[in-house]
Design a protein around this ligand. Structure first.
Ligand code: BES
Ligand code: ZN
Ligand code: ZN
Length: 476
């Protein structure tokens, strides 16, 4: 992300102006003639948004929503920011000053929407997007520099996550993903260790190895760690991300249309975990976090694991494979069992795990499950703040029934009915600590542009988790 956010009140170049206000009387006097001012005041009683063209500049006025429902009001401000981006792009004006006559939160939300909407993935196109949002100048002495810096960091992190998801298998194998994680670690200052196939074999990560059997590319298991000098938490918080760089379904092959055709996104959890650790390190949030990313593609190669196989997981549990397309839970289970060695305060896994989560949330939210009320509630609140909303599903005891097997400790499939919870129940078997599971299958990848989310990988989960950590461990 090249856009700069500055706090300068004067600049020589031609710049457009955005005004965010609460009351229509708050229009800055200097910009308008008195009859124009009277007109705008009246208009703003009926309309929330006005664009005035004064070639070569433009003025965009946005009146923020009543703050009864703050989360929704802020989301509307983000969406207004995204609309402004479209106008700036059309008019080819790359510098914008934002005149803030509202609070800090609406300003930050508006600016966030503007920035997030400016993403594009055109590295493989001959004709690149030529428009660039060069500078955002914030005219508000009260807004804290720290907040602007964090906004810039989180935007960069979301773009990074989107890039990782948008990269196809041909350029992002498990090994390449591990390399990208190492590069990110070098840039942001977190450490990375990558376990290669040999080490994964020595550790007996049977779930990850089984999924990898049909692939010609080796698996990787990346361990990311951000440990600030004085962390606010004694025991680390662990983030586990599903890193299936491509999911064909394996021998239980997926159909192509509207299914396998976008399965490069099956590492959306890994992208979010990597990106959030990147942001935490860059913004120096005082939390000790460890990321675990088991990665492979899932393919029906000659040596692929088969329905009917019995595999032994990292923790010794045996699993009867009933469907090779239910692969995510296998590699996540190994990572979850591995997480125990850190004696964690909390473990959160993020995964594009089930098609039935898509049916529940669409691309508007994520399914959440877990065994710790306090942390789930905190996560939900963090989700409302950034509008990455969570809907909680049960982990009822009865959901373990369909996972029983006559030949092994468990099977990997269960039933269609209740599948998102059943997949959660499968994972729960491998957890012996406070744990939350987030199924992001719905929002991880979208098929058309939606305001500040651009077609393709969305980076879902990145803003949610960053905000969760910021709320838990505020910087002094
Ligand atoms: N990666 C898919 C889940 C998925 C589906 C993610 C749609 C994003 C969009 C996962 O590995 C999968 O195939 N799950 C199966 C499980 C089933 C065989 C029990 C599913 O949900 O259909
Ligand atoms: Zn699958
Ligand atoms: Zn999958």
């Amino acid at each position: 992300m090249k856009t700069q956010i500055l706090k300068i009140s004067e600049l020589k170049e031609t710049i457009s102006t955005a005004i965010i206000l609460k009351e229509s009387d708050n229009l800055p006097k200097g910009l308008f003639k008195s009859n124009e001012l009277a007109f705008l005041k009246k208009r703003l009683k009926e309309e929330q948004e006005i664009t005035i063209f004064r070639y070569p500049e433009l003025i965009f006025i946005y009146k923020i929503e009543d703050e009864n429902n703050q989360s929704f009001a802020l989301e509307k401000a983000r969406k207004a920011g995204a609309r402004l981006f479209q106008i700036l792009k059309k008019e080819k004006t790359g510098i914008i000053q934002i005149w803030n006559k509202s609070g800090e939160k609406p300003l930050l939300a508006f600016t966030e929407g503007l920035l997030l909407a400016s993403y594009s993935f055109s590295k493989y196109k001959k004709e690149k997007d030529s428009f660039e949002l060069k500078k955002i100048l914030v005219l508000d002495e009260n807004v804290k520099n720290k907040e602007l810096k964090e906004l810039s960091v989180i935007t960069e992190a979301v773009f990074f996550a989107r890039d990782l998801v948008n990269e196809p298998l041909s350029t992002l194998t498990a090994e390449k993903l591990a390399k990208e994680i190492q590069i990110a670690g070098g840039k942001a200052g977190f450490s990375v260790e990558v376990f290669e196939k040999q080490k994964i074999k020595a550790l007996k990560m049977g779930g990850l190895l089984a999924v990898n059997r049909g692939s010609i590319d080796p698996p990787t298991f990346s361990v990311l760690e951000w440990k600030p000098e004085k962390p606010a938490n004694k025991k680390p918080i662990i983030l586990v991300g599903k890193g299936v760089v491509y999911d064909t379904g394996g021998l239980s092959l997926k159909p192509t249309f509207n299914s396998m055709d976008y399965m490069k996104s099956d590492m959306g959890g890994a992208a979010a975990v990597t990106a959030v650790i990147y942001a935490l390190a860059k913004a120096e949030i005082p939390v000790h976090v460890i990321g675990l990313i088991p990665a492979t593609d899932n393919r029906p190669g000659l040596n692929a694991f088969t329905p009917g196989d019995v595999i032994t997981m990292f923790d010794g549990t045996t699993v009867e494979i009933k469907n090779t397309d239910a692969e995510g839970r296998l590699l996540l289970a190994d990572a979850l069992a591995y997480a125990k060695k850190y004696d964690p305060e909390l473990v959160i896994d993020v995964a594009t795990l089930t098609g039935s989560a898509v049916l529940i949330t669409g691309d508007e939210g994520m399914a959440v499950m877990g065994n710790n009320r306090q942390y789930i509630e905190k996560l939900k609140i963090s989700g409302e703040d950034v509008y990455e909303r969570l809907v909680e599903l049960p982990l009822w005891e009865e959901f373990s029934e369909p996972l029983k097997s006559s030949v092994a400790d468990m099977n990997n499939l269960g039933t269609r009915e209740g599948q998102t919870s059943i997949a959660g129940k499968f994972l729960e078997h491998f957890t012996e600590y406070k744990w939350i599971h987030i199924d992001i299958a719905g929002p991880a990848f979208i098929h058309e542009d939606k305001t500040y989310r651009i077609k393709g990988g969305t980076g879902s989960g990145t803003r949610l988790l960053f905000n969760f950590f910021k709320n838990l461990f505020p910087k002094k």
